[in-house]
Design a protein around this ligand. Structure first.
Ligand code: ZN
Length: 440
């Protein structure tokens, strides 16, 4: 709302009340009524100073007003938010570096434990609360790889009113989980939150008084924070515990540098763009057998949270354990052994087992399976059969090749002189044609 404008009369009332003891005893409406009588009898010159004071006050008020951005937000408030976000980001980075420094000082970086966590969501509301659909977390260390996993499908019972089509589109293009009320999994949010807290505490058992920290990808950080906020909504204040959500990609970067320094390798060749690219390449994306059954059956492993946290463990192991001479174990540092679902056919197998579709014109091999076209633009023909290929040989002569005059003669034998070419006409023909019978 724009600030109230000053006017000359109210300026006069204000000053009159300040200068008269009688005025100070009056209420504002009484003072206004009293001053109205005086104002009526004042000349323009007498009113002049009050008019200019009001103008000056209006200009001063406009200058004091907060400048806004195009979204109607005060610029100073937006800048303040940005400063706070940068501050938080800096604190997170320092905290990650501290965890690694502690590990290194205790000569136990290999056994330092990290919890990786990911959420799938149905929809997000305006206050950056996400309605969760699936959760997974795993405990990881360089030495032992991925040692335990917690995962659950989530049934939040209902979505936010008016967001159904948005949720359907999001689900369709990513996790393909059925929307509430048909959603599967845990439907009691408080119980789920307590179970997650219990799992996280068991993972942080080395440091029971420390904060609960989970790592997730930069992209999922707002989702994981928003889902935890949603799950803890119904909890009592004393049961809530602050879960810190940190960036796994920053962890990967500093861990890579740290590990290379420990191995006396030049770590200054590593920067965050390199580790981010390795992370984004997601080498294990198409591995089967690492996601939950629902996503395994639908071939949506890439979007399964259980598969995500497992893949992060494998990526980190793949790029870090080698420097520390840690032996990679299948199912812990690398995906479990895959069953081969394909068959390699040697190109040198016996000719009789091959059913070739390339039959040359002179070939003795007969095509056994006749190709039946399914597309109307294609056609099926045998190279041996000349009539199927008129352009190759056996071209048939076209009819109507004679000159028009011969054609006419052939079709209609000459009945009179006008149908006969001049060179072939006889005198008799001409005479006959003049002796045509006439009607009388
Ligand atoms: Zn899944």
């Amino acid at each position: 709302m724009p600030p109230k404008k000053h006017n000359a009369f109210m300026m006069f009332v204000h000053q009159w009340r300040n200068n008269n003891a009688e005025g100070r005893r009056m209420t504002t409406p009484q003072a206004v009524a009293h001053c109205g009588e005086i104002w009526k009898n004042m000349t323009e010159q007498q009113r002049g100073p009050y008019s200019s004071q009001a103008k000056n006050a209006n200009v001063a008020a406009r200058a004091k007003r907060e400048p806004m951005n195009s979204c109607g937000q005060a610029i100073s408030a937006v800048e303040q938010e940005e400063r706070e976000a940068a501050e938080k980001q800096m604190q997170m980075k320092l905290a990650i570096e501290r965890i690694l420094r502690d590990g290194r000082e205790q000569h136990d970086l290999e056994n330092t434990k990290f919890v990786f966590a990911a959420f799938n969501y149905f929809v997000k509301n305006n206050e950056s609360i996400y309605i969760p659909a699936e959760f997974a977390a795993c405990l990881y260390s360089l030495k032992s790889g991925k040692t335990s996993t917690y995962s659950s499908l989530i049934n939040p019972d209902h979505l936010i009113f008016g967001h159904n089509s948005e949720a359907r589109d999001h689900a369709e293009s990513t996790h393909q989980l059925p929307l509430p009320p048909n959603a599967m999994g845990e439907s009691d949010m408080s119980r789920l939150y307590s179970n997650i807290l219990e799992y996280l505490r068991s993972c942080h058992s080395d440091n029971p008084h420390g904060p609960l920290v989970v790592f997730t990808s930069s992209e999922l950080m707002p989702v994981v924070k928003g889902c935890f906020r949603y799950l803890s909504c119904d909890m009592d204040e004393e049961d809530k515990q602050n879960i810190l959500v940190y960036d796994i990609q920053y962890l990967f970067y500093v861990l890579k540098k740290e590990v290379m320094e420990m191995a006396h390798l030049p770590s200054n060749t590593i920067n965050k763009s390199i580790t981010d690219t390795i992370f984004a390449n997601d080498f294990f994306e198409y591995h089967s057998g690492i996601s939950c059954q629902y996503h395994e059956d639908r071939d949506r492993s890439k979007y399964c949270t259980q598969s995500m946290v497992a893949r992060w463990s494998y990526i980190l192991s793949d790029h870090l354990c080698g420097h520390l001479a840690i032996k990679l174990l299948l199912g812990k540092h690398l995906p479990p052994k895959q069953e081969r679902k394909f068959k390699v056919i040697s190109p040198n197998v016996d000719d009789s087992s091959r059913n070739t579709s390339f039959v040359s014109c002179k070939s003795e091999v007969k095509q056994e399976n006749k190709f039946v076209p399914t597309d109307h633009l294609m056609f099926s023909a045998s190279v041996e059969n000349a009539s199927d290929f008129p352009s190759l040989n056996a071209r048939k002569p076209r009819v109507n090749h004679q000159p028009l005059s011969d054609y006419v003669t052939a079709q209609e034998p000459a009945k009179n002189v006008w149908n006969v070419s001049a060179s072939k006409r006889s005198v008799k023909d001409v005479e006959d044609s003049f002796n045509m019978s006439r009607r009388h």
